[in-house]
Design a protein around this ligand. Structure first.
Ligand code: GSH
Length: 225
């Protein structure tokens, strides 16, 4: 029986990209359905009634939500090109660092991008501390997964696309070659993989999107009296 694989995503979502990368790594054909999150489809609401978010993978009619859950499902369903390590301890560590990306790295970077003044300085400190942990994880490795990309690379891959956009829009620097040589090199290596590069949302569309997002979240500037 032909497999039915559908992926509900958006053109720009870093979470959606995780599922795209996992499917591509496995060589699985799928139908991509780009959602308008301002006007969610009834199918999305039916498939992910709990969070009402993308991505959702639908495999032979069965929906799976949450990007990291989807990536693990893909890895367990199609065995070629493993994403998670075989060793139980290494698997646990990969899950730990992937979760660290969502729990700590992403919120601190988002805060740094959308705040100003003292609050922003504090978030920069938090983000720097988190990024230092990632830098340590890359010692002696090309990718977080070693010689090949794995779960942590897929979980954090959004950094390779998004950081330069956040830096350009804010006019600030976050991940420089001087401060984070290994992470900087990893971003370049990851972004250079043809299968990854071709999926990155276009820079010229991302810039206005993130300019608008920053304006939405930044507090209004009060003119001095
Ligand atoms: N933890 C979720 C986060 C997914 C997520 O935040 N998706 C956003 C798009 S980037 C979304 O669908 N937002 C719609 C909403 O919040 O209404 C995952 O890893 O899949």
């Amino acid at each position: 029986m032909a497999e039915e694989v559908k992926l509900f995503k958006t053109w720009s979502s870093p979470y959606g990209l995780r599922a795209v990368w996992a499917l591509k790594l496995k060589g699985i054909e799928y139908e991509a359905i780009d959602e308008d999150l301002a006007n969610k489809s009834s199918q999305l609401l039916q498939y992910n009634p709990v969070h009402k978010k993308i991505p959702v993978l639908v495999h032979n009619g069965k929906p799976i939500a949450e990007s990291l859950v989807i990536v693990e499902y893909i890895d367990e369903t199609w065995k070629q090109n493993p994403i998670l390590p075989q060793d139980p301890y290494e698997r646990a560590m990969a899950r730990f660092w992937a979760k660290f990306g969502d729990d700590k790295v992403l919120p601190s970077i988002w805060g740094w991008f959308t705040k100003q003044g003292k609050e922003q300085e504090e978030l920069l400190q938090q983000a720097t501390e988190n990024l230092k942990f990632l830098e340590q994880q890359l010692e002696g490795k090309v990718f977080f997964g070693g010689e090949k990309i794995g779960l942590v690379d897929i979980a954090l891959g959004f950094l390779a696309n998004l950081i330069c956009i956040l830096e350009e829009v804010s006019g600030l620097e976050l991940i420089t070659k001087e401060k984070f040589p290994l992470l900087f090199g990893w971003m370049q290596n990851f972004a250079a993989i043809p299968m990854i590069k071709e999926t990155f949302p276009p820079h010229e569309k991302m810039i206005p999107k993130y300019v608008a997002l920053r304006e939405k979240y930044l507090p209004p500037v009060v003119p001095p009296k």
